[in-house]
Design a protein around this ligand. Structure first.
Ligand SMILES: CCCSCc1cc(N)cc2c(=O)[nH]c(N)nc12
Ligand SMILES: [Zn+2]
Length: 371
């Protein structure tokens, strides 16, 4: 039985409104998934994240296997119990982190050997061990082990890497046993349409319940990312969820949904909050700017989050300049509320058949200078 149901399809774009059934409840799509790399959405408690409306978050195989260890988390009841998260969890396979975080790594057909970025200890991850770790964590959605290729790479490198990712996906599928966990494949192939198409063909032949688009948001220009989506998405199965990994800014979510993406994740709302960047319907602002030193207004007057109902920009700027811990929580609460509310508005617009108008108004509200 297909756990993904399409509830509406936009007539002017590839946007869809859907619902993905997981072992920890339904996930309404299009969805933005907050990133909880080390078993926490940084600076926020699980009940705050749930109260903001999040129903699925991300965990990370690479980080959690290094610290505190997948076996330890399994002994303590699995990742949901460990972090007291009641909703769904998607765990990334570590393919990205091994290639972006680990120092000294060697890659071969069987897997990757790397040195931990934490203590320099040597580790090895294979498709089989990647699946074993995610089954120990007990996530609702696991990701196949893949190689995330940087931008730019040569076509020859992208081809060899993509073909290995396909072989690894088959090994992941053969190693996967948990019936209560969905296993998504990750499409690779760099910026080469023929390689991406060949990858989609090989992965869809293995019939996964969902497909991610990998090796985007790795430094390529936005138009390159959008071009790859134009190539890949139409070739993906219509009735399976499509997940664009590591994306993105608010405008990327709108453009990704327009092009048929159902799931997104990105550290931006929480990471940028810790750096003082907050999002509004008119664009992002840097709270540390002196222009806000005497500003009695909230971050955004129309925002209903606790931060905007309670505090002024002047006070938030004061906290930020003083490096007071409270500000990281307050700005994270606001940004996550903004991202989750944006996705809720997108879901409503697609359901009502008014997504084209929503997209027009989204850009019309944004001003050139900082709001
Ligand atoms: C917690 C982080 C989740 S998304 C990480 C990520 C981000 C981006 N941009 C690309 C990839 C990719 O190609 N493969 C994999 N496994 N992960 C990727
Ligand atoms: Zn707010």
């Amino acid at each position: 039985m297909n756990p993904f149901e399409i509830l509406a399809v936009d007539s002017k774009s590839r946007a869809r409104r859907g619902r993905l059934l997981t072992s920890h409840g339904p996930v309404e799509t299009p969805v933005f998934m907050p990133v909880g790399t080390q078993a926490t959405i940084k600076a926020l408690s699980p009940d705050e994240v749930h109260a903001l409306g999040a129903r699925i978050i991300l965990g990370n195989t690479y980080h959690l296997s290094l610290r505190p260890g997948a076996q330890r988390i399994a002994r303590l009841g699995g990742l949901h119990a460990f972090m007291a998260w009641p909703g769904a969890i998607l765990t990334d396979s570590g393919g990205f982190q091994v290639f972006s975080l680990a120092t000294i790594r060697t890659i071969d057909e069987d897997g990757v050997t790397f040195q931990s970025h934490i203590d320099g200890s040597r580790h090895r991850i294979t498709p089989e061990s990647c699946i074993e770790i995610q089954e120990l964590l007990g996530s609702d959605i696991a990701m196949c082990f893949d190689e995330c290729t940087p931008y730019p790479v040569t076509r020859d490198y992208a081809k060899a890497s993509m073909e290995r990712t396909v072989r690894w996906a088959r090994r992941c599928r053969n190693a996967h046993t948990r019936e209560d966990q969905l296993l998504f494949a990750i499409v690779q192939g760099g910026v080469f349409p023929d390689l991406r198409r060949a990858c989609v063909e090989a992965l869809t032949a293995m019939d996964f319940p969902g497909y991610a688009v990998g090796s985007l948001a790795v430094g390529e220009p936005k138009e390159v990312m959008l071009d790859v989506l134009e190539t890949v998405v139409p070739d993906l199965p219509h009735d399976k969820p499509r997940y664009l990994m590591g994306v993105g800014m608010p405008e990327d979510l709108v453009e990704g949904v327009w092009r048929g993406i159902d799931m997104f994740d990105c550290v931006v709302p929480t990471r940028n909050a810790r750096n003082g960047m907050v999002f509004t319907s008119r664009g992002a602002l840097q709270i540390k700017h002196s222009r806000y030193a005497d500003d009695p207004e909230p971050i955004e007057a129309a925002c209903t989050c606790y931060t905007c109902r309670t505090f002024s920009r002047a006070y938030l700027r004061h906290l930020f300049m003083a490096k007071e811990l409270l500000v990281y929580r307050l700005l994270s609460l606001h940004n996550l509320h903004y991202f989750l509310t944006l996705m809720e508005s997108i879901r409503d617009a697609v359901m009502r058949g008014s997504f084209e108008e929503f997209r027009r108004q989204f850009y019309a509200r944004r001003c050139v200078e900082e709001p």
